[in-house]
Write a protein that binds this ligand. Structure first.
Ligand code: SF4
Ligand code: SF4
Length: 80
């Protein structure tokens, strides 16, 4: 698991796909939403956001969402 946990607020999502473009650019060097590790399906007012099994929760897609539909929280290491 990665550095962050990612909270999703689908009601704020505009379907702009900046998150998908940022992820596919970073990991595949292409602007190809279908290759992104986050998948947004926006139809009218309905929106679904899911992360693929390849997602490492790096948080880069969150940094590219201007609408606060994605928010990250840094994981806290627990030493017991
Ligand atoms: S957290 Fe990182 S790997 Fe996962 S979808 Fe976002 S940019 Fe891609
Ligand atoms: S989650 Fe954010 S960046 Fe991704 S499509 Fe929705 S509004 Fe755009």
């Amino acid at each position: 698991m990665g550095k962050y946990t990612i909270q999703v607020y689908t009601e704020r999502c505009t379907g702009c796909l900046r998150c998908e473009l940022a992820c596919s650019d970073l990991y595949t060097k292409t602007f190809n939403p279908s290759k992104a590790r986050i998948q947004v399906t926006a139809t009218g007012l309905d929106c679904m956001i899911r992360f693929t099994g390849e997602c490492n929760y790096c948080g880069v897609c969150v940094d590219h969402c201007f609408y606060d539909a994605l928010q990250k929280e840094e994981k806290v290491a627990v030493n017991e």
